[in-house]
Design a protein around this ligand. Sequence first.
Ligand SMILES: Nc1ncnc2c1ncn2[C@@H]1O[C@H](COP(=O)(O)OP(=O)(O)O)[C@@H](O)[C@H]1O
Ligand SMILES: [Mg+2]
Length: 252
Amino acid sequence: MADVLKVSGLNKRFGGIVVADNIDLALAKGRVLGLIGPNGAGKTSFFNLVCGVVKPDSGSITLVGQEINGLPIRERARMGLARTWQNLRLFSSLSVLDNLMLGPRAYSADNLLDVVFRPGHVADSERESRERAFAVLERTGLAGIAHQPIRDITFGQQKLVGVARALMNDAQCLLLDEPMAGVEGQAYALIQKVVRDIAASGVAICVVEHNVAFIRDLCDEGVFMFAGKVLARGTVETLIADPQLTELYFGT
Ligand SMILES: Nc1ncnc2c1ncn2[C@@H]1O[C@H](COP(=O)(O)OP(=O)(O)O)[C@@H](O)[C@H]1O
Ligand SMILES: [Mg+2]
């Protein structure tokens, strides 16, 4: 199966804390990989390293065969790397639609000179961004609330907006950081369905989540991370049944 994201020998430490200890990990097209491990294991740091928020000390990160380590965040996003954030980072007074249009790669005309000298180009670009946003809202079941401000929708819907915004740049690889934290009720099934649909369209997905039932139901496979190390990879069932891993998960 084709690897969309491939990380090799990734290392990072913050002073005495090792957040990535020689990580080798690959995400395959159309598959959902669950990333589990106790708080502080380095899961969010792994996402930060991959998307360029944090610089690794060493290692290689390739996206569809191209080395992206060293590229700016925006460039990685343009190449099809998308993520959501543990804390949502949405604009609460703006509509669902506007939040998407302000996401990564919102306007190609982000140059002020274009606004002055190529107003037609800016209008086209805005129209294109709006169409793209509506397509993503359809795909994530949010089209009906496109014009509602973020603060007026449920927390589960806000989480979905986070996922939708990440999809604005034609993601090939999607990293979801705790998509279920704080979510209950019908949003649970909806988020699960949306993630599955996105994978079915060929996107490689990695999900960090403490909700083990969600991970077990959703993921094709899981990896267990502890102290910056990938300790095991296998079915989520095997990982959560492993007494040594359970001890590490709950013992800290
Ligand atoms: N920018 C940073 N500077 C210093 N320490 C950090 C930074 N980011 C994360 N850490 C530390 O690295 C460890 C791993 O954090 P994190 O990746 O957020 O873990 P997880 O998401 O698995 O809970 C924690 O001890 C955290 O405090
Ligand atoms: Mg985290």
